[in-house]
Structure formats: C-alpha cells, structure tokens
Design a binder for this molecule. Structure first.
Ligand SMILES: C[S@@+](CC[C@H](N)C(=O)[O-])C[C@H]1O[C@@H](n2cnc3c(N)ncnc32)[C@H](O)[C@@H]1O
Length: 197
C-alpha cells in the first residue's frame, strides 16, 4: 500500500477511535481500569460486575472475540464496561488526556516463543513508557501468563524500568480467562507506577 494511503487510513482510524473513546468515557470517572488483549471478555465482564464503581475498557485487535465479549456484556446488563477494537499502543496514544489508568490487566498475552519474534511481545520498555505516562501514580499493572520464559523476561523488563516497581500485592480478582482454562499452570506479577504527577 502506498505510504500516503496508509497514513490516511491510520489517521482515519485514530479519529474513529478518539470519537468512540470520547463517547464511552464521557460520564466515566477520571481513573479507569484497562484490560489489554481482553479476548472474549470473560475476565473483564466478571470484574466489572464485581466493581460497579469502576469504569472498564477492554481492548483487543480481533473482531470476533470482541463480538462475543459484547454479547456477554449485554447479557450481564452492565453499563460500566466498553470493548474497543484497536491495537493497544494506538488506544493508549488516543486516550483523552484527562483520563488516567488506575488498574491495568495483561492476561495471557501472546508469548511469541521464537527468539526472532520476541520483538512482538507486548511487555517491552517502549510499551511500559507510554503505559506509565497514562497511568496514575501507584496504578497497578497485573501480568499473568502460562509461558515461563515470557514470565521471566517480562518480570526482568519491568524490574529494570525506572517508571515501574514490582509490587508485593495480592491478585485483586480471580476469574478464569479462555487461555487460563487451557493452561496447566500460570504465574503472575504485579507492578506499580512510580512516576510522580
Ligand atoms: C493469547 S490471547 C489471550 C486472550 C485473553 N486475555 C485470555 O486470557 O483468554 C491474546 C489476546 O491479545 C490480543 N492482542 C494481541 N496483540 C494485541 C495488541 N497489540 N493490542 C490489543 N490486543 C492484542 C489478541 O488478539 C488475543 O485476543
């Protein structure tokens, strides 16, 4: 695709996303909960039902999974959740300035096991930079995976990042995701944002 055409498509997509976010966050509290790679929405729908005072956004790039997530949301008659189809980085870049992240979940992200694909992993310094810029001081990032090498590497990356500190905190809410159900075991870490406003 010619570069100019790709640029226009990207800019249109960002504008659409901005409109969608402005709309769903109009009456939301200033600090929200975000699940990145929410898949079929099992976790976030249950989490939002148990935390009616919070506003939750689930983001994923796969349309079919979000259709199922939306179905669950309608069945549960919740008004404090929105599902958005977008790349996580684009969502963070498009989030209205006044909106902060207080609680972030990354559950069973794609592990990209081959070395040549490690660059595709979500947890990397650039991603942690932008996440910290959008997060409240003390906001918690919850990470869970069944892939031990990714668990170790992501933990190392977050421990070395100046904006985040590994926290000795309890996992706040349990609800099996689709990938958790398939996994034999899993490991989790929680980090908190240490960037002062
Ligand atoms: C392995 S699945 C896990 C889904 C769900 N969290 C679970 O535990 O069942 C990873 C999910 O992350 C989504 N994903 C991958 N890269 C993403 C990105 N850059 N932005 C948003 N979602 C992404 C995929 O589409 C997929 O639904």
């Amino acid at each position: 695709m010619p570069i100019e055409e790709a640029r226009i498509i990207d800019s249109n997509r960002r504008q659409e996303l901005k409109t969608q976010l402005d709309e769903c966050l109009r009456e939301a509290p200033k600090s929200i909960t975000l699940e990145i790679g929410c898949g079929h929405g099992h976790f976030l729908v249950a989490y939002a039902a148990a935390h009616p005072q919070e506003y939750c956004i689930g983001v994923d790039i796969i349309e079919d999974r979000l259709v199922r997530a939306e179905r669950k949301l309608r069945r549960a008659e919740l008004t404090n959740v929105s599902f958005v189809r977008a790349d996580a980085m684009m969502l963070l870049e498009t989030l209205p300035k006044a909106v902060r992240l207080n609680c972030i979940f990354v559950l069973f992200p794609d592990p990209w096991p081959k070395r040549k694909h490690h660059k595709n992993r979500l947890i990397c310094p650039d991603f942690l930079n932008i996440l910290a810029k959008k997060a409240d001081f003390g906001a918690k990032l919850h990470f869970r995976t069944d892939h031990d090498p990714y668990f170790q590497k992501a933990r190392e990356v977050v421990a070395e990042h100046s904006d985040w500190e590994l926290a000795d905190a309890t996992w706040p809410f349990e609800c099996e995701t689709v990938f958790q159900e398939r996994a034999e075991s899993h490991q989790s870490w929680i980090a908190q944002n240490v960037v002062k406003p």
